[in-house]
Design a protein around this ligand. Structure first.
Ligand code: PGA
Length: 257
């Protein structure tokens, strides 16, 4: 059984004070959700605050929204994996469509970052997903396959297994348009088949694939009931600790079955 993983991608939101108050409320709302792995992904400036507020809690981890692949040096504005590790970061979101589209990240760049993350024992949350135009032109599988193969190139089986994949159809991000459970399941199943080709079937069956794109408390559970959907990467709804707690609780309820 794959343990569900639900992550809060705060994007460029939340000051340190807001982050601390979010964690306070979340811990109160969440109760016992030990059957789900929860990851809070603040902007860099609030990571230390969130780590401190979470203390030694084992099932809630901290993630980062990006990193650079070099270890140190003249890379103004960039952050290394070791810098993140020092702040107790365990996951790093890589290849998010906002970075691919606004900042020109290619599969090759994402691949360098994915490899550097694994070298530093950070688990990548690798985002893949098609645009509306690509979907309408029947290119979903081609796009997903290219992104997965490009981003995971050169990785060993163990590293692939320790990567979380997030299927985020670009047309569903921040738009209020969620993929239907069937559309999402179809894409997730394709991603799992592709991962089996890249690694092997046993490995592919262990990899967790999150869905992302307008996940809200009222649609999260239906999505996560699908056999190949192992959690959610939540943007907008993760800014409210109560909504986010409800999404986590939805995942926890499924785990208990
Ligand atoms: P959204 O964002 O939930 O606001 O659609 C998801 C994401 O970009 O990870």
């Amino acid at each position: 059984m794959r343990k569900k993983i639900v992550a809060a991608n705060w994007k460029m939101n939340m000051t340190q004070a807001e982050a601390a108050s979010f964690v306070d409320t979340l811990l109160r709302e969440l109760g016992d959700a030990n059957d789900v792995e929860v990851v809070i992904v603040p902007p860099f400036t609030a990571i230390a605050k969130v780590s401190e507020a979470l203390g030694a809690l084992e099932n809630i981890k901290v993630g980062a929204q990006n990193m650079y692949w070099e270890k140190s040096g003249a890379f103004t504005g960039e952050i290394s994996a070791a810098m993140l590790r020092e702040l107790f970061v365990r996951y790093v979101v890589l290849g998010h469509s906002e970075r691919r589209m606004l900042l020109g990240e290619t599969d090759e760049i994402v691949n360098r970052k994915v490899r550097a993350a694994h070298e530093a024992s950070l688990h990548p949350i690798l985002c893949v997903g098609e645009t509306l135009e690509q979907r309408e032109n029947g290119r979903v599988e081609e796009v997903l396959s290219t992104q997965l193969r490009g981003s995971l190139a050169g990785l060993g089986v163990k590293e692939i297994q320790e990567t979380v994949v997030a299927y985020e159809p670009v047309w569903a991000i921040g738009t209020g348009k969620t993929a239907s459970a069937e559309q999402a399941q179809e894409a997730h199943a394709f991603i799992r088949r592709t991962l089996a080709e890249i690694a092997d079937e046993g490995t592919s069956n262990k990899i967790r694939i999150q869905y992302g794109g307008s996940v809200k408390p009222d649609n999260a559970r239906t999505l996560m009931t699908q056999p190949d959907i192992d959690g959610a990467l939540v943007g907008g709804a993760s800014l409210d600790p109560r909504s986010f707690a409800q999404i986590v609780q939805g995942a926890a309820a499924l785990a208990e079955k």
